[in-house]
Ligand binder design. Structure first.
Ligand SMILES: Cc1cc2nc3c(=O)[nH]c(=O)nc-3n(C[C@H](O)[C@H](O)[C@H](O)COP(=O)(O)O)c2cc1C
Length: 367
C-alpha cells in the first residue's frame, strides 16, 4: 500500500495509544508480523522543540522499529512545522497530526479534536507542514465534534487539497468518547469524500471478522488497531493471514504467550533499565494474563516485580499454581478457557467492558 512516497508492506496499522504504544511494545508486536507502519503516542510539538526529556523518550526508536510515524499535536503552525522538520531529520518516516484527541487539556489549546471545528485554520496548518517536509503527512481524526457536526468528510477534503497523504478515522465523535459503537457509515463517508488518497478505518477492531467488516463496509484502504493489539499482540499477523487466505490461525498457546511476554519484558528493561522497566511491566502483565486462563495468582505477584530474576521466580510459581486448572494433556479445562474476543460492532455488545485498557469514563467534558 502507498502512503504518499512511502511504500508499505501491510495495510494494517498500529493506532497511537498514549502510555501504551511505546518502543518496547512496538518491537514486540512487529516481531509477530503483519504490521508495518506503527505510530507513537501523541507528542507535544512544542515540548519536542524544547528538547523535553518526555518528548525525546516518546520519539525514541531504533532500526527494527521501522517504518515509524510520530504523532504530533499542537496548534501553532510554525511549531508544528519545525517539529516535523526535526523528526524528518531524525529519519522518522511519516508525520501524523492529532485531530481527534477529546481530552480537555489538549482541545483547550486549539489542537486535538478542536481542529475538526476549524477547517480553514487546520488546512492552513497542514499546508505549512506539507510544504516543509518530504515525508508523508497524515491526519488522525474522529467523525466530528458531536453527532450534529460530522465534519470529517469536509475536513478530509480540505486536507487533501493541501497535500495530505492519508487520513486515519476513528469512527466516533469527540462527544462519544469511547462509548457506543463505531459508525462504519461515518467512515465510509470519509472514504467517499477523498477517493484520491487512502483512508484508514479505526475503532473496535479486535477480531478477524471485525477487520474484514471494516474493509468491506467502509471501502477503506487500511485498518488501524489500538486496544485490540494489547488484548492480542498476534492480531496483525492473524488478520493479515485471514484476509489473504480466509484461514483462521489458532490462538497462540500458553508457552508462546509466555515467550512473547519475556521478549516484551526484555525490551522494557533495555529501554528503561531493569528497575523502571520492571515497574512499567507491572501494568503490561494483566493484558497477557487475560488470555492465559486463571491468573489471579500472577496478577497479585506482579505488583512487587523489581527484577528479571524475580519475574523468573513468579512465572515458575505461577506454572505450579496453574496446574490445578489443567487436564492430563496440560490443556486448560474447558470451563477455565478465556472467552473469545469480541468487537462491539460485530456482536452488539456496545459499551461492554473489554477491560485491559482503561478508557476515560463519564461525559467527555469532564475528562
Ligand atoms: C488509552 C488510550 C490512549 C490513546 N491515545 C491516543 C493518542 O495518543 N493519539 C490518538 O490519536 N489517539 C489515541 N487514542 C485513540 C486510539 O488511537 C484509537 O483511535 C481508539 O482507541 C479506537 O481504536 P481501537 O478500538 O482500535 O483502540 C487513545 C485511546 C486510548 C484507549
Amino acid at each position: 500500500m502507498q502512503l504518499g512516497s512511502l511504500t508499505l508492506k501491510s495495510n494494517l496499522f498500529l493506532s497511537p495509544l498514549a502510555g501504551y504504544t511505546n518502543l518496547p511494545f512496538r518491537l514486540t508486536v512487529r516481531e509477530l508480523g503483519g504490521l508495518d507502519l506503527a505510530t507513537t503516542d501523541l507528542v507535544n510539538a512544542r515540548s519536542l522543540l524544547e528538547g523535553s526529556r518526555v518528548a525525546k523518550k516518546l520519539v525514541a526508536t531504533c532500526p527494527e522499529d521501522s517504518p515509524l510515524a510520530v504523532q504530533l499535536f499542537g496548534a501553532v503552525p510554525e511549531e508544528m512545522r519545525d517539529a516535523a522538520l526535526l523528526l524528518e531529520e531524525m529519519g522518522i518516516h511519516s508525520i501524523d497530526i492529532n485531530m481527534g484527541c477529546p481530552v480537555d487539556k489538549v482541545t483547550r489549546t486549539g489542537s486535538g479534536s478542536t481542529m475538526m471545528r476549524r477547517i480553514d485554520e487546520t488546512a492552513e496548518l497542514v499546508a505549512t507542514i506539507v510544504q516543509a517536509v518530504k515525508v508523508p503527512v497524515t491526519a488522525k481524526m474522529r467523525l466530528g465534534w458531536d453527532s450534529h457536526n460530522l465534519t470529517a468528510p469536509e475536513l478530509a477534503r480540505a486536507l487533501v487539497d493541501v497535500g495530505i497523504s492519508g487520513v486515519f478515522v476513528h469512527g466516533r465523535t469527540r462527544k462519544q468518547g469511547f462509548s457506543g459503537r463505531v459508525n462504519l457509515d461515518g467512515i465510509r463517508a470519509v472514504v467517499q469524500a477523498i477517493p484520491e488518497i487512502p483512508v484508514i478505518g479505526n475503532g473496535d477492531v479486535t477480531t478477524l471478522d471485525a477487520a474484514k467488516r471494516m474493509f468491506d463496509e467502509t471501502g477503506c484502504a487500511g485498518v488501524s488497531m489500538g486496544r485490540g493489539a494489547f488484548y492480542n499482540p498476534w492480531l496483525f499477523c492473524h488478520v493479515a493471514h485471514f484476509l489473504k487466505t480466509g484461514e483462521r490461525l489458532p490462538e497462540p498457546g500458553f508457552e508462546e504467550r509466555i515467550a512473547v511476554m519475556y521478549r516484551h519484558l526484555d525490551y522494557m528493561i533495555a529501554f528503561h533499565g531493569e528497575e523502571l522497566g520492571c515497574r512499567f511491566f507491572r501494568k503490561v502483565v494483566p493484558w497477557y494474563a487475560k488470555r492465559l486462563g486463571p491468573s489471579n495468582y500472577l496478577k497479585r505477584q506482579i505488583f512487587s516485580l523489581k527484577s528479571r530474576l524475580a519475574f523468573d521466580a513468579m512465572i515458575a510459581s505461577y506454572r505450579e499454581w496453574r496446574l490445578q486448572f489443567l487436564d492430563e494433556e496440560g490443556e486448560l479445562l474447558p470451563r477455565y478457557r478465556p472467552a473469545p474476543l469480541y468487537s462491539s460492532f460485530m456482536d452488539g455488545k456496545a459499551g461492554e467492558k473489554q477491560d485491559a485498557i482503561p478508557v476515560p469514563k463519564g461525559p467527555v467534558d469532564l475528562w
